[in-house]
Design a protein. Structure first.
Length: 362
């Protein structure tokens, strides 16, 4: 019997993505796997049941889908679905912190991103890239003036000045997109090595005296003293920008506060802040909400934008599905499910202690 893959319809409120898309399903089926898709799983991402059927999948109820050897999802399944899983099954997705007795829980948040062969599995990066692109679009939408310099019969409009805090995957994509839109862009990161990446995109690099290079070249968590120094130096610069996009997100942890309330109060009326780290644990900006657009008393638009990949569900699902397929290839060998906890990548996904210590911002 071929290894069976089950694709769940996401149950979390507001989640529009799907774990596997029809083109990726077709590839898995050609590779000899059996794919079952819960009816309606792809509707919110723009994929119909008919497309999944044409790709070779079997459409089924949620109960039947949950009997698959490998159950794939974007976020955590609801309690009833989790309870239905049996010993020996595998659950794969963005499910950090979830434990199910006897079930192989493979959490994509724990992927050791510094290992080259893991890059095709890197869902955090694929979704962060989409978020960074969308952040620049959202900022341009909210900003009441032009992004590029515009020369018209009525005069010349100067370009918007944009500052992107964090030069990881999301930040670099936000910088590149804002540049394409014609803005004057600066980037900032606590890793000095990020300067070259930022300037290679045609942006300027905003430097401070704080450096926080961590394992594998990723940023580590700052000490309290470093955070205070960083905020003080950034505050002096932020007030001069029209747009600020913050991207410093640490999976499963409270994001660092990069922009305090005094800094927001010092910004010009009409300025825009887009916080990609905003969520239940807080954000990079003081007082940020969850999925909200708030106009401050001094006229600054503060956008809590932690859900941007969900706003681009077709593209986000396409990328995520390829990440899922890469992980499936690593746990299926010669037509059998072969989850090897001693493998450096698979072991990390399962929560090996060495991988659990890693902190990687998006």
């Amino acid at each position: 019997m071929p290894v069976s893959i089950g694709v769940l319809r996401e149950s979390a409120e507001g989640e529009t993505r799907v774990a596997l898309t029809p083109p990726v399903v077709a590839t898995l089926v050609r590779d000899g796997l059996s794919v079952t898709v819960e009816k309606g799983a792809g509707e919110r991402a723009g994929f119909t049941d008919a497309e999944y059927k044409d790709a070779g999948a079997t459409l089924a109820t949620r109960k039947a889908t949950l009997t698959s050897q490998v159950v794939v999802a974007v976020g955590r399944p609801d309690a009833a679905a989790t309870k239905a899983l049996k010993e020996g099954q595998a659950l794969l997705g963005l499910v950090e912190g979830l434990e199910v007795s006897g079930v192989h829980v493979l959490s994509l948040e724990r992927l050791p991103r510094q290992i080259s062969r893991a890059q095709t599995m890197d869902a955090l990066s694929s979704q962060a890239s989409i978020a960074g692109y969308r952040a620049a679009i959202v900022a341009a939408t909210a900003y009441g003036r032009y992004f590029p310099m515009m020369v018209t019969a009525a005069g010349t409009a100067k370009p918007a000045s944009v500052l992107v805090l964090g030069a990881g995957v999301a930040g670099l994509q936000a910088i590149a997109t804002a540049r394409r839109l014609g803005a004057r862009v600066s980037g900032y990161d606590v890793r000095p090595a990020a300067r070259e990446e930022v300037t290679s995109l045609g942006a300027s690099f905003l430097a401070t005296t704080v450096s926080a290079v961590g394992e594998g070249g990723y940023a580590r968590e700052l000490t309290q003293e470093e955070s205070a120094q960083q905020r003080a130096e950034l505050s002096a610069a932020i007030a001069g920008f029209d747009i600020v996009i913050t991207t410093a997100k640490v999976p499963g942890r409270k994001p660092p506060e990069l922009v305090d309330s005094d800094t927001v109060a010092a910004m010009r009326r009409g300025s825009v802040i887009v916080d990609l780290a905003a969520g239940p644990l807080g954000g990079n900006v003081a007082g940020v909400g969850i999925d909200t657009w708030d106009l401050t008393t001094n006229g600054v638009m503060l956008i809590a934008a932690g859900d941007l990949p969900q706003q681009m569900a077709p593209a986000a699902s396409d990328a995520y599905a390829r990440n899922i397929a890469a992980v499936i290839a690593a746990i299926v060998s010669e037509g059998e499910l072969a989850i090897d906890p001693t493998d450096e990548v698979v072991g990390a996904l399962l929560g090996a202690p060495a991988a659990a210590k890693e902190e990687v911002p998006a």
